[in-house]
Design a protein around this ligand. Structure first.
Ligand code: IDP
Ligand code: MG
Length: 133
């Protein structure tokens, strides 16, 4: 079994898409084994996205993910990391395929609704950040 972190970002919560997004995750065969709604502090957002700290979009990204509550969950399954990345689609919703969460609901490359860990190593680090207990 592999674990990955999945986050519905503030636009997904504000647009009332939590249910539709979670339904897709479960339909894909992934088990949700932890779930919480929370607001990310700027410090937490900075740690979550520290790999991007030199990117031009970094400050705007922190503004966005701290703009309202998020829903974070741990998803488990064989190949969960890759399965969830495939389910969410490309970072830019304009390039994400039909049937993917970002392709169907995402607005632009910042407001792309969801986060999913990009490797098992990222997943371990991110799960510890969102679910310290
Ligand atoms: P990912 O979420 O598909 O793994 P990353 O490259 O890790 O994509 O970027 C993290 C987040 O930063 C994206 O989900 C998106 O919200 C934002 N982002 C990425 N690239 C850009 C960009 O070129 N402009 C604005 N925001 C971006
Ligand atoms: Mg990423």
């Amino acid at each position: 079994m592999e674990r990955t972190l999945f986050v519905i970002k503030p636009d997904g919560v504000q647009r009332r898409l939590i249910g539709q997004i979670v339904a897709r995750v479960e339909k894909a065969g992934l088990a949700i084994t932890a779930l919480r709604m929370m607001s990310m502090s700027r410090d937490m957002a900075a740690r979550h996205y520290e790999a991007h700290k030199d990117k031009p979009f970094y400050e705007g990204l922190l503004d966005y993910v701290t703009s309202g509550p998020v829903v974070a969950m741990v998803c488990e399954g064989a190949g969960a990391v890759n399965d969830l990345r495939a389910l969410i689609g490309a970072t830019d919703p304009a390039k994400a395929g039909a049937g993917t969460i970002r392709g169907d609901f995402g607005v632009d490359v910042t407001h792309n609704l969801v986060h999913a860990s990009d490797s098992p190593e990222s997943a371990s680090r991110e799960i510890a950040l969102f679910f310290p207990d």
